[in-house]
Design a protein around this ligand. Sequence first.
Ligand code: GLV
Length: 379
Amino acid sequence: MKTMTCIEDLRQAARRKVPRAFFDYAESGSYSEQTLNANRADLERIRLRQRVLSDVSHRTTKTAILGEPAALPLVLAPIGLCGMQHGDGEILACRAAQAAGIPFTLSTMSICSIEDVAAAVDKPFWFQLYVMRDRGFIRALIERAAAAKCSALVLTVDLQVLGQRHRDIKNGLSVPPELRINNLIDIATKPAWAASVLRGKRKTFGNIAGHIRGMENVNTLSVWIAGQFDPALNWKDVEWIKSLWPGKLILKGILDVEDARIAAKAGAAALVVSNHGGRQLDGAPSSIAMLPPIVEAVGSDIEIMFDGGIRSGQDVFRALALGARACLSGRAYVYGLGAGGEAGVARAIEIIRNELDVTMALTGVNSIAEIDRGTVNAV
Ligand code: GLV
């Protein structure tokens, strides 16, 4: 792992090791990928102020996320199908996050179930919720997350219908992989992946398979979503979820000032400014473009987190400078997972932490709280 010096190295390694359908699944955006590309391009445009001779010998990346101490302002984002990037991928990523002192978020569409992860790690993790038509199932899922002592519930609000990702259709993405000839040839060249996934606890959607009647043999994410996700989801449901969930609620997928105002009044502990990594509304603005107006409108009422294009510590710094309290990152650690399992995720976090630390030193900043608008050039 020592020769992996940046997230792009992990990405290249994952591309070699993980079957194409799963690598592409994580990598893709929806439709023409305009929003996916804007997320990165707009972050890269933000220039950092080089400051010198200001004694940065006492700097620390330590912070608090939702009132809990964290080693750096980073959260591993909920990502579906992690257990198909590497066997037991959710458990490995959660262990790496906890060892590094940051939160891990388990996706509803994970391979390992809530209970699998809870049994395999020492500390609480966050659980991400998708709301399905079967409200009895959703109630049970929330109860399962509470029983597993999850420390926050992350309600994703921007994916009740799926933005099409062309490559998933072309690759015939399914869990486990469909045994088509091109998949078999691909898997045959990735024996370490095959061994890890075969050894893994589960080969399907651990939280939901067997829990929803009539969906026993469904193995395609898009079919799950079209058949089960409830497009009627609205702000009243947020109240209902709040009444069921005893802990902190985070609303993920807010990209508009108007929605942010409603979210702040809905009693959530935090919101995540997000366009789902450019995987949903293609043509939407980048997340970083919407962060400043949302911070200005509701930043004093609700904790604001950010995701969308984070690939480095410099990117974390940029989002913090524009008002985020913490960043979620998905692809960066999924590349690590595909490249090297738990050690790969640990490396991804370490890379971002070290980059953030050096960036703080070279911008003359000693603490996370000092990273403000004044640390970047006017945007
Ligand atoms: C689901 O969460 C996805 O973005 O694929």
